[in-house]
Design a protein around this ligand. Structure first.
Ligand code: SF4
Ligand code: SF4
Length: 139
């Protein structure tokens, strides 16, 4: 990585941290997990904030993070983004690798999703509200 790329990446990271902090002040997560397993069977991966649409990019991510090997390509949605199913989810919707699950699983559904105009699906047990208006956030 050259100096220009490094500076650019640095500012992207700083911007993301500031936006994330702003969203944590404005929004709050409520609800509980219903153990439906849906979020483990239909997973989107992001690389530096962008949804994956390129299989080679996914392979590159595997080199950088071995834990992502559990996510197997399931298909491509109407927008061309790849979606994955996790090989660690059991038939009764438990995680076979709970103690070592990736950070994205530990945080799901994270308030930071709002940065990408995403919220938990309607049938998920979690939802986001605006702390000030108390209204539910929809996508
Ligand atoms: S989709 Fe929501 S309710 Fe279902 S397992 Fe995931 S977090 Fe829990
Ligand atoms: S690692 Fe566990 S929590 Fe994460 S997607 Fe797979 S089964 Fe779900």
């Amino acid at each position: 990585m050259n100096t220009k790329q490094f500076i650019l990446e640095f500012f992207v990271v700083i911007r993301t941290i500031i936006r994330r902090a702003f969203h944590s002040i404005l929004y709050k997560r409520l609800g509980t997990c219903k153990m439906c397993g849906r979020c483990c069977r239909h997973v989107y991966l992001r690389n530096r904030g962008d949804l994956l649409s390129n299989f080679d990019e996914y392979l590159q991510m595997l080199i950088e993070n071995e834990k992502l090997k559990r996510f197997q390509v399931k298909g491509r949605d109407a927008q061309g983004y790849l979606f994955f199913a996790c090989s660690m989810v059991t038939s009764d919707n438990r995680c076979k690798d709970h103690a070592n699950r990736p950070l994205m699983c530990r945080a799901y559904p994270d308030i930071g999703m709002i940065m990408y105009d995403a919220v938990p699906k309607d049938d998920c047990g979690f939802y986001f509200i605006n702390r000030f208006t108390r209204r539910r956030v929809s996508s």
